[in-house]
Write a protein of this length. Structure first.
Length: 159
């Protein structure tokens, strides 16, 4: 299966590595641009970028994706079967969601809607939650999407 992967932190790197090791073809990796960090404000590579470079994957780091026709055309040219999104940090426009043959899979690392946004796992820990779970959203072509809760083993369509 031809995969475009979108993600940035360690949480996402683990997913990228698992997809790669499962034998799927990683056509491209999209991660956020490098950002200055620390006292010297040195540019730090994201864990996803480090892994992508070590494996020789095609890498994109667009500043923005919404209304970025050049980037959208690159993804269309790849013609992926699926786009996997894990902790990417940007909302994907419909123009991206409708590209892949089988849709986009978005992994969210916490209870929704309680911990949406930045650091959902960290907030669950800081708030002393006794349990949490991952949600997988499958965005198909069109306006709807499927949400799958692996803990409850159920799925339903939301419009």
């Amino acid at each position: 299966m031809k995969v475009v992967f979108m993600g940035t932190p360690d949480f996402a790197k683990e997913s990228l590595e698992a997809i790669h090791k499962s034998g799927h073809k990683i056509e491209a990796v999209v991660t956020n641009p490098d950002k200055p960090s620390g006292r010297g404000l040195k540019l730090i590579l994201s864990p996803v970028k480090e892994y992508a470079l070590s494996e020789g994957f095609t890498l994109y780091q667009p500043e923005k994706i919404r209304k970025n026709e050049e980037f959208i055309q690159k993804i269309k040219k790849i013609n992926p079967d699926v786009i996997c999104v894990v902790a990417y940090g940007k909302i994907l426009p419909k123009s991206i969601l409708e590209i892949p043959k089988f849709g986009c899979i978005n992994v969210h690392g916490s209870l929704l809607p309680k911990y949406r946004g930045a650091a959902p796992i960290q907030w669950a820990v800081l708030n002393g939650d006794k349990k949490t779970r991952n949600y997988y959203y499958i965005h198909g072509r069109g306006n709807g999407y499927w949400r799958y809760d692996f803990k409850r083993r159920n799925s339903y369509r939301r419009r």
